[in-house]
Ligand binder design. Structure first.
Ligand code: FES
Length: 265
């Protein structure tokens, strides 16, 4: 299907998936983007990942802003979709737009993939394509065993409700991509990363915790993660601007307290 495009309009379609750890899923996304481009020759078609994989949603979106796109349609290829997905998307994009003062395109999000009227036909095709799995026990991997990692550092990224609503998924994506880019597993003391359930101080969302010190960081952004990597994980110094000590008293986000000491908004 094609649509008429005004001369000064530059439309984009941004396909988003959760994660890609290897080359094959990247190739899958590139293929789906190619098919989309064939059907939408009026639009630039890109893809991105929200949890891990390059480009991240933020990088892909900022690239489209830089290209002067007037409209971006985001297509979440995500199943199942969390109930708060759209709210999360709106919040993180709003934050990125507030940090970037270039003119931004109009951004729209398509309907949930499961709500598409062609879902039944797609499922019928998929069911017809089923092939048998080999279920024989893999004796080779049982015999090989596993190495116990010797990394000393671990970063827990909270994925509880308030942290996710504050953009924790996008932060996880940024941290994992930087972990891979900077080879953090084998640099310095070695850093492992993991998602966690609620870490406790929900009103400081998004929250992460760095071990072995157990340092809590609140109000974390992508820029804060860059500093935590350089100064804490690699330099051994806590980043005080984002760190919160256990004081025995309730604490508010310092940036919020600085902006509005009376209301906390
Ligand atoms: S949800 Fe993240 S600290 Fe509670």
């Amino acid at each position: 299907m094609t649509t008429q495009t005004e001369p000064d309009e530059r439309r984009a379609v941004l396909l988003i998936a959760k994660s890609a750890f290897a080359a094959a899923p990247h190739a899958d996304m590139a293929r789906i983007a190619g098919v989309t481009a064939e059907h939408r020759p009026d639009a630039v078609v890109r893809y991105a990942f929200t949890e891990q994989g390059t480009p991240s949603l933020k990088d892909a979106l900022l690239a489209l802003v830089g290209e002067g796109c007037s409209h971006v349609s985001i297509v979440p290829l995500v199943l199942p979709m969390e109930p708060g997905f759209q709210t999360w998307l709106q919040k993180v994009i709003r934050r990125w737009r507030n940090e970037d003062h270039r003119p931004w395109p109009e951004i729209a999000v398509t309907r949930h993939i499961a709500a598409s009227p062609v879902m039944a036909a797609l499922l019928e095709d998929l069911v017809a394509s089923a092939t048998s799995l080999d279920l024989a026990v893999d004796q080779k991997s049982l015999a090989e065993g596993s190495l116990v990692p010797d990394q000393k550092r671990r970063v827990l990224v909270c994925q509880g409700g308030p942290c996710n609503a504050a953009g924790a998924d996008a932060l996880w994506c940024h941290l994992r991509n930087e972990q891979q880019r900077l080879k953090l597993r084998t640099t310095g003391d070695g850093t492992m990363t993991a998602k966690s359930t609620c870490l406790g101080p929900c009103n400081l969302a998004p929250v992460l915790q760095v071990f072995p010190e157990g340092t809590y960081y609140g109000g974390v952004t992508e820029a804060a993660i860059d500093r935590i990597i350089t100064e804490h994980l690699l330099g051994g110094r806590v980043v005080q601007d984002f760190a919160y000590e256990p004081t025995g008293r309730k604490q508010r986000l310092r940036i919020v307290a600085e902006q509005s000491p009376s209301t906390g908004e």
